[in-house]
Design a protein around this ligand. Structure first.
Ligand code: MG
Length: 233
């Protein structure tokens, strides 16, 4: 079978969230993680270098930005000081994921099995460089080569435009897409609104909006088959 035919024969597209779905951060949430500490330390250095000031002044500038822009530090620095957002991400977020992420059991095997039948992409609001470093640490970078949609630009998952962008770029129908993630607001609700099937992955919580709930990513193939039967795919 030639490659073109193989791709055509694939049954649909799976859109994976990354953080919290394909791996868990050490420390639990981002706000409690050692990753956040590294990011904040890098931001201070970045401000100090780019605005030619000492670290104390850099810390005060950062505090002011955080008060006004919350977690959107890149947007704040761009608007207030004209610092380029892409340069910011590539400097501040160029952090090795080694020791910062907890690997999911048999993730690679699970994804390779799914890849026989589906096209797989990652859609994350995180910067591309961090996604890249995480995928290297999880040893799955080859599986998602050229299939990473990241969050440096203005598209955001919560406002649906990140999902509709994929539909447009990859020329797929929403009904042929399955969105998989651990956050109802950003992974499930906007995808469902567009007409995608949705699967919520969480060890403890259950989503009433999602078409299916699973506790671990290893259960994804079974959950999709059940959905296929239910919705007659
Ligand atoms: Mg997530």
């Amino acid at each position: 079978m030639n490659k073109k035919k193989q791709i055509k024969d694939k049954r649909g597209l799976i859109i994976f969230d990354l953080d919290g779905t394909l791996y868990k951060l050490r420390g639990g949430s981002y706000s409690k993680s050692p990753l956040k500490k590294k990011v904040i330390s890098n931001v201070k250095k970045y401000i100090s270098v780019n605005l030619s000031c000492g670290l104390v002044k850099a810390r005060n500038i950062l505090k002011k930005i955080q008060r006004e822009y919350g977690e959107e530090i890149s947007i704040g620095l761009e608007k207030e000081f004209g610092l380029d957002r892409y340069n910011y991400f590539n400097t501040v977020w160029n952090i090795s994921a080694h020791g910062l992420v907890r690997k999911t059991r048999s993730l690679r095997v699970t994804l390779l099995k799914l890849k026989r039948q589906y096209r797989l992409v990652i859609l994350s609001d995180a910067p591309k460089i961090w996604i890249h470093n995480v995928l290297i640490e999880l040893q799955i970078i080859d599986i998602f080569k050229n299939a990473i949609f990241s969050g440096e630009g203005d598209l955001r998952k919560g406002s649906e435009n990140a999902f509709s962008n994929i539909v447009k770029l990859l020329k797929v129908k929403p009904r042929d897409c399955i969105a998989v993630g651990d956050q109802e607001r950003t992974d499930i609700i906007p995808a469902k609104k567009l007409g995608m099937r949705t699967i919520f992955v969480h060890r403890k919580n259950v989503s009433s909006s999602a078409n299916a709930n699973i506790k671990e990513i290893q259960n994804l193939a079974d959950a999709i088959s059940r959905l296929d039967k239910k919705y007659n795919f």
